[in-house]
Design a protein around this ligand. Structure first.
Ligand SMILES: *Cc1c(COP(=O)(O)O)cnc(C)c1O
Length: 381
């Protein structure tokens, strides 16, 4: 079938955020704790503003503003202010994308296509780098993280780069998904030591939760790029808005490969409204962090569960190795049974990743997961 398709496409599957056993009618009542969204929708007054903007300012028959100057200026101001920078970030250093996923793809197109390069990732990590690389037939080199604290083995990373001289891009998440850990000083020293012939992408999708950023380092490193998104803390996942911060030359290179008008007018309006009212919008962040703390403490008390510290709005956990001889199957069982009870989480990277939701959702997560995990309490492997 379809003999005109690229032969390697047969191995790929289309992205879906639903589990295989999903039935449409189930979706409405499930606690959606699998994709790390903010559990709160935009406040009513902002929705009203957005409606008014739609009715009075957006011409549906016109293409969007395609150079995004206002948005870039607002983002640059936010980045500068939130990192307390003494030297401001300029709008020329900002690129915007249809979600940061689009920016990841633009990065791959701009660096590795035509068989010119490969990327390096440290597993477990955000799956989209490898997924998008494969759609473009870009090779993925991967190294493992420490099984205890998920730090990158810097010596192994150096060795991987030596044995794969075609590595053009290193992707790191700060804090990492799904494991929740921020970059350590030794990981950062390694990234700082990489030659300028390698692009270092640091994905700060969870910055508003971790409050940890490497943006101050950009001035010394023209080969670094930071990715951010409005899909998580800023509550705009429906609008698909991400951005990159980098040296102006690097930003301009990304512009060359993006689709025209990649950010719809309505998404631009939502971004403006969210940034203008950011103090109000981000007020729920401390509460989410407090909820994370409570959920982590409760789950960690369960004798069969191992819970890692998280700097983000999700938790990562596994069964203790002493209670399972088939971690992957047992975790998959837990994820599916939780789903049947109405709590959807993500089984990924050899563990379970659970988004911190509303207090009610977290109480349900806690009681359902603790009850399911009881089955492993007296198991000895
Ligand atoms: C959620 C997430 C993104 C992405 O998002 P967009 O919705 O495409 O902006 C990027 N990187 C990481 C690590 C994420 O968790």
């Amino acid at each position: 079938m379809l003999p005109f398709m690229r032969s390697d496409l047969a191995q790929l599957t289309a992205y879906s955020n639903h589990m295989e056993d999903d039935h449409q009618h189930e979706i409405a009542w499930v606690d959606r704790l699998d994709v790390n969204e903010n559990p709160y929708d935009l406040p009513e007054n902002l929705k009203t503003q957005l409606v008014t903007t739609y009715q009075t300012e957006i011409a549906n028959n016109r293409y969007p503003d395609g150079d995004y100057h206002d948005i870039k200026q607002m983002i640059a101001n936010y980045v500068t202010e939130s990192a307390n920078l003494s030297n401001p970030i300029y709008p020329q250093q900002i690129s915007v994308g249809n979600g940061s996923d689009e920016l990841i793809r633009s990065i791959l197109i701009a660096t590795c296509l035509s068989g010119e390069g490969s990327i390096l990732v440290a597993e477990p990590t955000f799956s989209m780098y490898a997924i998008l690389a494969k759609t473009l037939a870009v090779p993925v080199r991967s190294i493992e993280r420490s099984p205890t604290n998920f730090a990158v083995d810097v010596a192994a990373a150096q060795a991987a780069i030596r044995s794969h001289p075609d590595v053009r891009v290193v992707f790191m998440v700060h804090p990492n998904s799904p494991t929740g850990n921020t970059l350590t000083e030794s990981e950062l020293d390694w990234l700082r030591s990489l030659p300028e012939s390698i692009l270092v992408v640091i994905d700060e999708a969870y910055f508003e939760f971790s409050q940890s950023t490497v943006v101050a380092d950009l001035a010394q490193h023209p080969n670094w790029m930071i990715l951010r998104t409005f899909s998580k803390a800023f509550r705009l996942a429906a609008h698909r808005v991400g951005y990159a911060i980098a040296h102006p030359d690097l930003s301009q290179a990304l512009e060359k490969v993006r689709l025209p008008f990649n950010l719809p007018s309505f998404s631009q309006a939502a971004t403006r409204i969210a940034l203008t009212d950011r103090q109000h919008l981000l007020q729920v962040v401390p509460e989410i962090l407090h909820q994370r703390q409570q959920l982590a403490q409760a789950l960690a008390r369960h004798p069969a569960l191992q819970v890692w510290p998280s700097q983000s709005n999700f938790l990562y956990l596994r069964l203790k190795p002493t209670v399972t001889h088939d971690m992957a199957t047992d975790l998959q069982t837990i994820a599916i049974q939780l789903k049947h009870q109405g709590t959807q989480i993500r089984h990924t990277g050899g563990g379970l990743r659970i988004t911190v939701g509303t207090p009610d959702e977290n109480i349900r997560t806690q009681s359902r997961l603790m009850a399911l995990a009881d089955r492993w309490v007296n198991v000895q492997v």
